[in-house]
Write a protein that binds this ligand. Structure first.
Ligand SMILES: *[C@@H]1O[C@H](CO)[C@@H](O)[C@H](O)[C@H]1NC(C)=O
Ligand SMILES: *[C@@H]1O[C@H](CO)[C@@H](O)[C@H](O)[C@H]1NC(C)=O
Ligand SMILES: *[C@@H]1O[C@H](CO)[C@@H](O)[C@H](O)[C@H]1NC(C)=O
Ligand SMILES: *[C@@H]1O[C@H](CO)[C@@H](O)[C@H](O)[C@H]1NC(C)=O
Ligand SMILES: *[C@@H]1O[C@H](CO)[C@@H](O)[C@H](O)[C@H]1NC(C)=O
Ligand SMILES: *[C@@H]1O[C@H](CO)[C@@H](O)[C@H](O)[C@H]1NC(C)=O
Ligand SMILES: *[C@@H]1O[C@H](CO)[C@@H](O)[C@H](O)[C@H]1NC(C)=O
Ligand SMILES: *[C@@H]1O[C@H](CO)[C@@H](O)[C@H](O)[C@H]1NC(C)=O
Ligand SMILES: *[C@@H]1O[C@H](CO)[C@@H](O)[C@H](O)[C@H]1NC(C)=O
Length: 550
């Protein structure tokens, strides 16, 4: 190889690398208004063979002969070394072009496409490109053929510009489908031109096979009624050519009531193929129950099966009217229970008293106390407290002692005069199971506080005695009630209403008996007999009842 030849080759390489690619394709489509060029291939070898390398261009067609092109042919056409350049190409440039370098003749047929006014690109000039989902999608705008005059490059997706940066580099998703247009803005002789190259990106599902699978649980129990129809649904994830079918039992093959859907419904989601197939069972009979109906998807690598079993629906066993009756009974029982509970709450006292009488319960045997109750009352008899005084010394012992066999401690009657009153009272309260306080305005106003306080102390602090409070009207005036008395449970406070509480069948006496310790009574009289004594005038009845014992 001569040194001169080597130099020439280097020159050609440099020229080539700085210029456009040659164009092999004989059929060329281009768009009006864009820069365009033609360049024969293999020129360098022609030049090498033929030192006088000049190129000639012709345009023409079979019917009209050929016309040589030169710089005067059109202001838009320039001859630049081996290129024939159009700035820009127009519709009238359509036709066949020939280049001649030495003996080498090349031709191209050029079709110029009309610009689409309504779009940023022309659909006839897009390149289609498929990208597999999840695979790399890369779109960059480069035009080596016009790299030198290109001043600005921008990228559009479906004609909306992608800025910062004008490129795409990511893993393909289905949302990436669309037309991506690179627009190269270039300047030539002080004028601006745009070249638009558009790629139609289609994202395809992965070619790699998936493992076929039936969706949902592998076993399904379907409740059916005899004589009805049922559709068993099977959905699978599979490849295009995988088998997907219902297995029909031998005994069902001839049975027209068990029918596999001949068509399968298919759809793609997330790039994966799904299929849906039904098995219809009409007029279900006993033979269809408790056998497995299998739905299978399979290919040469894997198999998946789902089984369905039909079982008889249970609810049909309860006829409607039985069900309604059941509900009525249930409601009735609930109402009855509520009533019983309510009655128990209302007649609690009566029930307790009845029970005590029934079992002859006696709480007084073992505690070593003498009295069942200490009666605390205002001991001076004034006209304004005559009612409670009579109640304390007369009515109360008459009913509780005579009628119900209790033993009361009434100061006026049971305390021997002349002792140390304070100690006496203390020990009497100590020996009593209950402290009955006859509470009235006067009681609190006069000096009976000792008993009150001693009793309250025992009740609230020592818990040795239980207090029963009997209020005498008017109750609302007890504004100065000791705070500890207010702590008494409301059911331990009884209200004496002279008119309503007369009969010892009245609520007042029942409540009082309820609060008294349980003790089997040996009534002196028939219960039905009213307290006739009580009808006597209050003031005159200053009766002194002797201690009776039992
Ligand atoms: C041949 O070229 C002439 C003008 O150059 C044109 O009018 C004619 O339509 C062309 N014919 C064909 C078949 O391309
Ligand atoms: C070189 O080119 C000239 C015309 O440009 C031509 O006449 C000649 O035959 C060519 N020589 C070779 C070897 O191709
Ligand atoms: C164009 O060139 C091809 C060979 O590259 C040739 O077969 C064809 O006849 C040529 N067409 C014309 C119109 O010369
Ligand atoms: C773009 O690709 C889609 C999907 O392959 C195709 O349906 C559509 O026809 C293509 N558009 C053009 C203009 O070729
Ligand atoms: C540059 O020209 C070559 C040859 O015609 C062509 O194949 C290529 O697509 C062109 N490049 C661009 C970005 O247009
Ligand atoms: C070229 O494209 C740019 C946008 O990229 C636009 O602003 C300009 O008008 C276009 N020029 C021509 C001549 O189409
Ligand atoms: C099967 O699908 C149909 C609707 O396509 C539905 O009516 C039917 O209840 C489904 N069967 C079962 C067993 O889920
Ligand atoms: C369904 O599959 C079970 C095992 O999964 C098999 O025992 C039964 O025979 C199959 N039934 C049919 C109808 O193929
Ligand atoms: C099943 O598919 C065939 C064509 O493949 C169609 O003609 C027929 O109507 C389809 N039947 C149902 C029930 O979809």
């Amino acid at each position: 190889m001569h040194c001169g030849e080597l130099f020439l080759i280097l020159c050609v390489l440099i020229v080539k690398s700085a210029s456009k690619n040659c164009i092999h394709r004989p059929q060329i489509h281009t768009i009006e208004g864009e820069p365009f060029y033609l360049k024969p291939c293999g020129v360098s070898s022609s030049v090498h063979k033929n030192g006088t390398a000049t190129i000639r261009w012709f345009k023409g067609n079979a019917s009209h002969g050929y016309r040589e092109l030169n710089t005067e042919s059109s202001p838009r056409i320039t001859l630049n070394s081996y290129d024939l350049e159009f700035w820009p190409v127009e519709l009238e440039d359509e036709g066949t072009y020939f280049s001649q370098v030495g003996n080498d003749l090349q031709n191209w047929t050029l079709t110029v496409i009309k610009r689409n006014e309504h779009s940023c690109f022309s659909e006839k000039l897009v390149k289609n490109r498929n990208v597999e989902v999840k695979k790399s999608l890369q779109i960059t705008c480069e035009n080596p053929n016009y790299s030198e005059p290109t001043k600005h490059t921008s990228l559009y997706k479906n004609c909306k510009e992608i800025v910062k940066p004008p490129m795409v580099q990511k893993d393909a998703e289905f949302g990436d489908e669309g037309y991506y247009s690179c627009v190269f803005s270039l300047r030539h002789n002080g004028k601006q031109y745009n070249i638009t190259k558009t790629i139609n990106i289609t994202v395809t599902k992965g070619n790699s096979k998936i493992t076929p699978a039936i969706l949902g649980p592998k076993f399904d129990t379907v409740k059916v009624e005899l004589g009805k129809d049922v559709e068993l649904n099977c959905t699978a994830l599979l490849n295009k050519n995988d088998l997907f079918y219902w297995s029909i039992r031998k005994e069902d093959i001839s049975n027209p009531n068990v029918l596999e859907d001949t068509n399968k419904t298919t759809w793609t989601s997330e790039g994966k193929l799904h299929a849906f197939k039904k098995l219809r069972i009409r007029n279900i009979n006993e033979k269809n129950l408790n056998v497995l109906y299998n739905c299978t998807v399979t290919n040469e690598e894997a198999t998946d099966t789902k089984s369905f079993i039909l079982v008889r629906k249970e609810i049909a066993d309860i006829p409607g009217h039985v069900f309604v009756r059941g509900i009525i009974v249930a409601v009735f029982i609930s109402v009855a229970v509520v009533c019983v509970v309510t009655l128990c709450v209302i007649y609690k006292v009566d029930l307790v008293l009845f029970y005590r009488r029934l079992v002859e319960r006696d709480e007084t045997l073992t505690d070593g106390k003498t009295y069942d109750a200490f009666v605390s009352y205002l001991r001076e008899c004034h006209p304004e407290n005559g009612e409670e005084y009579t109640f304390a010394v007369d009515t109360l012992p008459r009913v509780l002692e005579k009628q119900f066999g209790y033993k009361l401690c009434i100061f006026e009657r049971d305390v021997v005069p002349g002792g140390a009153v304070v100690d006496e009272i203390h020990s009497l309260i100590e020996k009593s199971r209950r402290l009955i306080i006859l509470l009235s305005k006067n009681y609190l106003a006069h000096g009976t506080r000792l008993e009150l306080e001693s009793g309250l102390h025992k009740a609230l602090v020592e818990r040795k005695i239980k207090i029963i409070l009997i209020e005498f009207p008017p109750a609302s005036s007890f504004t100065f009630l000791p705070p500890s008395l207010k702590l008494l449970k409301p059911y331990r406070v009884l209200k004496w209403k002279a008119d309503n509480s007369l009969s010892y069948n009245s609520r007042f006496w029942k409540n009082l008996l309820y609060l008294m310790p349980a003790k089997p009574n040996k009534p002196w009289r028939e219960e039905s007999e009213a307290l006739t004594v009580l009808s006597a005038p209050w003031s005159s009845t200053k009766l002194h009842v002797r201690t009776e014992g039992n």
